[in-house]
Design a protein around this ligand. Structure first.
Ligand code: GAR
Length: 186
């Protein structure tokens, strides 16, 4: 069975969804790694029997030093694919040149790269919102898009209703993309 490692920073709704939908059914979630010791997702993932490693980025003196340790940990798990699901870190070439990774982003890339993508996408004049899964490259949110799904904004769309739609798409698009990638061996 193929192995994935999941990186996350916060609530971990995507992390938990991936564990529930994929673990030991489609692949093994070898571990989850977070850069935030207070990430709410940690406890819930551990309750599901998943190893969670905490790599507190504030303990490192540079991005490169953090990335070196992250790459070392990922290699120790022998992951076939690394999945960034709400991992809020800018990565250096130390990571991007040695790890095969995909990233989930809550917009229709190339629109709204970077932070606060949901808020900016909701506030914009664009008629559609959406979600992208793309290869991680040196350019922030700039790697090749693997798959995207969109929805039309409703006339009375609030940030809350918009966010619910994004989450719902994320929770189907990301596991489907992982299954497709692992079975096609890309
Ligand atoms: C998700 O919406 C994900 O697309 C986004 O963070 C959220 C994490 O939610 N990622 C980015 O914005 C990356 N630039 P979660 O912790 O509940 O899975």
């Amino acid at each position: 069975m193929k192995k994935i490692v999941i990186l996350f920073s916060g609530q971990g709704s995507n992390l938990l969804n991936l564990i529930d939908q994929l673990h030991l059914k489609h692949c093994k979630v070898a571990a989850a790694i977070t850069n935030r010791p207070d990430a709410p997702g940690i406890k819930k993932a551990r309750q599901r029997g998943i190893h969670v490693n905490i790599l507190d980025h504030t303990r490192f003196t540079s991005r490169e030093e953090f990335d070196r340790e992250l790459v070392r940990e990922i290699a120790a798990y022998g992951a076939d694919l690394v999945v960034m699901a709400g991992f809020m870190r800018i990565l250096t070439p130390i990571f991007t040149q040695s790890v095969k990774a995909i990233n989930l982003h809550p917009s229709l890339l190339p629109l709204f790269k970077g932070a606060k993508a949901i808020e900016r996408s909701h506030a914009s004049d664009e008629a559609y919102g959406g979600v992208s899964v793309h290869w991680v490259s040196q350019e922030l949110d700039g790697g090749a898009v693997i798959d995207q799904r969109s929805f039309k904004k409703s006339a009375d769309e609030t940030l809350e209703s918009f966010t619910v739609k994004i989450r719902k798409i994320e929770h189907t698009l990301l596991p489907e993309t992982i299954i497709a990638l692992l079975s096609s061996d890309k």
